[in-house]
Design a protein around this ligand. Structure first.
Ligand code: HEC
Length: 205
């Protein structure tokens, strides 16, 4: 399966392209002067142009995602150390997981965390948001100190992402977002959400 299918199904570019295809077909239906074969062939021309544009956009995005998934390997140890206990299936359970009430709380955290961002198979991340939104949110959550959760930080030392480690993550995120944005830009599509809607966080650099 191509990487794109998992992550791009709600991207604005899809909706725009779907709308363009839809409008093309609707417009074609309104043209009564053409005979049937003309109409069919012009519809086919329009939608095949749009379709091949779409296909090459998809391929470019696929390539961008593959490159990011490769550079992800450099930052993966940081995520493994600070995030994977909740945002993946690779949880290292603490001894107090045996306490029934605590077990429920930890299980809930993991479930909710993975619904939001699932890092289990690396990049592209699982979850409801687009990849640029995921990246932007990860940057924000780290920047404002919300992630990893404070309750988790109480019991785990060395998991807060700060200093040079934070710079490394920010650099990876910024370059990744820029590489995705560039693909949209090359095709004349508006930037996907997550590209430009950051900046309301004082800790961001
Ligand atoms: C102790 C478990 C735990 C750890 C460790 C943890 N998270 Fe989370 N994370 C959660 C939970 C629970 C949620 C969903 C509820 C919330 O936003 O508080 C969440 C949500 C998120 C979200 C989505 C926020 C939103 O507003 O949708 C992001 C992004 C995120 N985490 C990033 C990270 C990153 C990056 C790390 C590692 C630096 C990390 N988390 C470590 C439990 C955790």
């Amino acid at each position: 399966m191509s990487l794109i299918r998992k992550s791009a199904k709600f991207s604005p570019a899809f909706l725009i392209i779907a709308a363009v295809i839809g409008a093309g077909i609707a417009y074609g239906d309104g043209e009564e002067k053409h005979d049937q074969s003309d109409k069919q062939s012009s519809e086919a021309d329009n939608s095949s142009v749009v379709r091949s544009e779409l296909e090459s956009l998809m391929n470019s995005l696929d390539s961008a995602y593959i490159l990011i998934s490769i550079t992800y390997e450099n930052v993966k140890p940081i995520f493994e150390n600070s995030c994977y206990d909740c945002h993946s299936s690779k949880t290292k359970y603490p001894w107090y997981y045996n306490i029934p009430i605590i077990q429920g709380l930890i299980d809930d955290d993991i479930k909710v965390a993975r619904d939001h961002v699932d890092m289990d198979t690396g990049f592209p991340f699982g979850g409801h948001a687009s990849q640029t939104e995921h990246l932007r949110e990860i940057r924000e959550e780290i920047g404002n100190g919300d992630m990893p959760l404070w309750s988790y930080r109480l019991m785990h030392s060395g998991v807060k992402i700060e200093g040079a480690t934070q710079d490394t993550i920010y650099k990876w995120i910024d370059e990744s977002i820029a590489s995705i944005a560039k693909v949209y830009d090359n095709y004349g599509f508006p930037a996907p959400s997550g590209v430009n809607d950051g900046g309301h966080d004082n800790n961001e650099r």
